[in-house]
Design a protein around this ligand. Structure first.
Ligand code: KG4
Ligand code: ZN
Length: 345
C-alpha cells in the first residue's frame, strides 16, 4: 500500500466536536471545532445526552467546511482517523459511526485512535502559524494534564509508553473546574481562573499539594479540593470578591509548581532531556511560564503546544492515526468505541 499522506480526523470524545485535515508529518492543513460550553453551562457540567446530540448536529457540517475551506475532494483524502476511546460513549459513537460510514462510502481506510495518545503527540503538530520548538524525537517525558487525566509518561516510541505516575483521585483540570465552581465562576473553570489570576498575588493564600513525599511521582488533588473549600467558606462574600485575583493566582501558581516538581523528578529518574506538557491544563499561563523557566534553567528541550492544540482537537488524532496507519494498523467495520482506556494506553 502506498504511504498515506493526508487524513480527515474526527474527535467527538467529550464536549468539543472537532474535525481536521492533517498530513503524515504532523502538518495541520485545517482544524475546526465547535464547542458546546453554552449548551452545558446551565447544568454546571457536561451532560452526556446533550453532548451526543450536539455532536450529531455539528459533525457533518464541520467535515464539509474543512474540505470546502481547503478546496479538497474526498479523492484527495487517503484515510480517516477517529477517536474511539476513552470518552463519553454516546459522544464517541457519533464520531466512530460517521468515520466508518465515510470509510465505506469513499473506500478509505480508517483507524480508531486513543484520545490520550493524541494529546501525547499534540506538542509536535505544526501549521502555517506554528512550528514546534523541537521536532518529534524519542524518548521524551510527557506530562498529560487535562479534564480527565493527569499522567506522567515516559514515551519511548509510538505505542511504547511507561506510566511514571498518575493521579490517585481527580485530574488537574477537574481541580481547576471544582475551584472555579466553589468561587461561583461557573464551567469550564480553568481558563476563567487563569484570566482572573492575572495581576493577583501568587503567595497570598496557601494551597497544599498532594503526594509530595520524596521520590513520589503520583498526583492527588483531593487535599487541595478540601482545603480550598474550607478557605472559601471562611471568607466573607465581600472579601472573596475583593481578593478573587489573589485566590486564583495562588491556586494556579501553587498547583503548577506541584506539577513541575513531579516533572522534574521524572526527568531526574529517567535522564530524558526532551519534555512536553500537553492537555487542556497545558494552556495555563502559570504552568507554561514555570515549565519554560525550569526547562531552560535545567538545559532541557521543552515542547509546549500552542493553545489550539492544548485542548481537545482533531488534529492530534489525525497525526497519531497516520503514524499508526503508515505502519500498517487499520480497523474494520466491527470497530466499536470504548468509554475506558487504561492510563498505560
Ligand atoms: O484536554 P481537554 O480539552 O479535555 C480533556 O481531555 O479533558 O482539557 C479540558 C480541561 C478542563 O478541565 C479545563 O478547565 C482545563 O482543561 N483548562 C485549563 C485552562 N484551559 C483549559 N486549566 C487551567 N488553565 C487554563 N488556561
Ligand atoms: Zn483531552
Amino acid at each position: 500500500m502506498p504511504k498515506l499522506t493526508t487524513a480527515i480526523a474526527i474527535e467527538t470524545s467529550c464536549d468539543d466536536t472537532s474535525v481536521a485535515l492533517v498530513r503524515a508529518d504532523g502538518y495541520v492543513h485545517a482544524c475546526v471545532s465547535a464547542a458546546q460550553d453554552e449548551k452545558h453551562r446551565p447544568f454546571g457540567g457536561i451532560v452526556p445526552e446533550v453532548a451526543g446530540r450536539a455532536h450529531a448536529e455539528a459533525l457533518m457540517p464541520l467535515i464539509d467546511s474543512v474540505l470546502g475551506e481547503q478546496k479538497m475532494e474526498w479523492s484527495a483524502v487517503d484515510a480517516i482517523a477517529v477517536t474511539n476511546r476513552p470518552g463519553l460513549l454516546g459522544s464517541l459513537l457519533v464520531g466512530v459511526v460517521t468515520a466508518k460510514t465515510l470509510g465505506l462510502i469513499f473506500g478509505k481506510p480508517f483507524l480508531g485512535v486513543n484520545h490520550l495518545e493524541g494529546h501525547i503527540f499534540a506538542p509536535f503538530l505544526k501549521d502555517t502559524n506554528h512550528q514546534p520548538t523541537h521536532d518529534l524525537e524519542f524518548p521524551f517525558v510527557s506530562l498529560a494534564v487535562s479534564g480527565g487525566h493527569t499522567t506522567l509518561y515516559l514515551v519511548k516510541g509510538l505505542g511504547d509508553y511507561e506510566v511514571l505516575g498518575t493521579t490517585r483521585d481527580d485530574a488537574a483540570g477537574e481541580a481547576f473546574d471544582k475551584f472555579s465552581k466553589m468561587l461561583g465562576l461557573g464551567f469550564p473553570g480553568g481558563a476563567q481562573i487563569d484570566r482572573l489570576a492575572q495581576g493577583g498575588k501568587s503567595d497570598a493564600f496557601s494551597f497544599p499539594q498532594g503526594m509530595m513525599q520524596e521520590g513520589e511521582l503520583a498526583f492527588s488533588f483531593s487535599g487541595v479540593k478540601s482545603s480550598s473549600m474550607r478557605l472559601i467558606q471562611s471568607l466573607a462574600a465581600e472579601e472573596k470578591r475583593a481578593r478573587i485575583a489573589d485566590l486564583c493566582a495562588s491556586f494556579q501558581e501553587q498547583l503548577a509548581a506541584g506539577l513541575i516538581e513531579k516533572l522534574n523528578r521524572a526527568v531526574k529518574k529517567t535522564g530524558v532531556r526532551v519534555v512536553t506538557i500537553t492537555g487542556g491544563v497545558s494552556a495555563n499561563s502559570a504552568l507554561r511560564r514555570q515549565g519554560s523557566e525550569w526547562a531552560s534553567a535545567s538545559g532541557l528541550k521543552m515542547v509546549l503546544p500552542p493553545f489550539r492544540y492544548c485542548t481537545d482537537n482533531a488534529a492530534m488524532i489525525g497525526y497519531v492515526g497516520l503514524l499508526r496507519m503508515n505502519r500498517g494498523e487499520f480497523d474494520r467495520q466491527t470497530m466499536a468505541p470504548s468509554p475506558e482506556a487504561s492510563v498505560g494506553l
